[in-house]
Design a protein around this ligand. Structure first.
Ligand code: NAD
Length: 243
């Protein structure tokens, strides 16, 4: 415990799933957690369950809403030490059937949303001369996936962001890394057909899906000072599914 004592951590998409588990874990480690998500209701429900949490209603595709949240955090706390770019969506279809709207929506949230949040938070980290950013990629951002033209492109793209920003920001004291979860038991995954889920469980060398808490641990390591010499990596936490 106390691995993030008094750190100010902004986590996007933190009302449920992996983001929520990460908010819970960071709070246990002493961080003040800024839970950012789309709706007031979802944010408030999450904030109530996490000690030392505050809510920010934001849409990562809407730069004005991000700027408002960032300004509010700066006013209250004077800094943002950790940014977890976790918000993400899927709109799956095979290439032939994918609509332009499905393509654009996923790019807007998963790829441009990470750009938006990082660009609006980093000036404050530069002023402080320190910071840790961790982006949500995926194993699908390493080896692609059937039915996920849009999603896998965003997750490859997030690794590109990570390696580029690690170079640009590392010299300024800001570390940038990514986490590549395998298949984790959240709504995003449990909505998949049962036979596909069983296939996935078999392909992971641990023989099961991962839990949100196991991914939160990967975020914790990369966000903490224990990873003080780790910069520009994509840490796979998948039970070895890509082996
Ligand atoms: P989830 O659907 O359970 O939660 C995602 C959260 O993001 C929701 O609370 C949602 O409201 C929020 N969100 C969506 N669009 C947003 C927007 N425009 N602005 C702000 N918030 C928004 O998803 P999850 O399974 O916890 O996934 C979290 C992240 O991890 C995603 O980036 C996902 O791609 C990635 N990931 C998940 C898995 C998995 O197996 N679940 C695997 C690899 C990567």
């Amino acid at each position: 415990s106390n691995r993030l004592q008094d750190k100010i951590a902004l986590i996007t998409g933190a009302a449920k799933g992996i983001g929520f588990a990460t908010a819970q874990r960071f709070s246990k480690e002493g961080a003040k957690v800024m839970i950012a998500d789309l709706s007031n209701e979802a944010v408030n429900a999450a904030v109530e369950q996490v000690p030392n949490a505050e809510g920010c209603v934001m849409n990562v595709t809407d730069r004005a809403s991000i700027q408002m949240a960032v300004d509010q955090i700066m006013e209250r706390h004077g800094r943002i030490d950790i940014l977890i770019n976790n918000a993400g969506i899927t709109k799956d279809a095979r290439l032939i059937k994918m609509t332009e709207a499905q393509f654009d929506d996923v790019i807007d949230v998963n790829l441009k949303g990470v750009f938006n949040c990082t660009q609006l938070v980093v000036p404050h980290m530069l002023t402080a001369g320190s910071g840790a950013i961790v982006n949500a990629s995926s194993v699908v951002g390493i080896y692609g996936n059937f039915g996920q033209t849009n999603y896998s492109a965003t997750k490859f793209g997030v690794i590109g962001f990570t390696k580029t920003w690690a170079r640009e920001l590392g010299p300024k004291g800001i570390r940038v890394n990514a986490v590549c979860p395998g298949f984790i038991a959240t709504e995003m995954v449990t909505a998949m057909p049962e036979n596909i889920l069983q296939e996935i469980e078999k392909r992971s060398w641990l023989g099961r899906l991962g839990t949100p808490a196991e991914i939160a641990n990967a975020y914790l390591f990369l966000a903490s000072d224990e990873a003080s010499y780790v910069n520009g990596i994509a840490l796979e936490a998948s039970g070895g599914i890509s082996l």
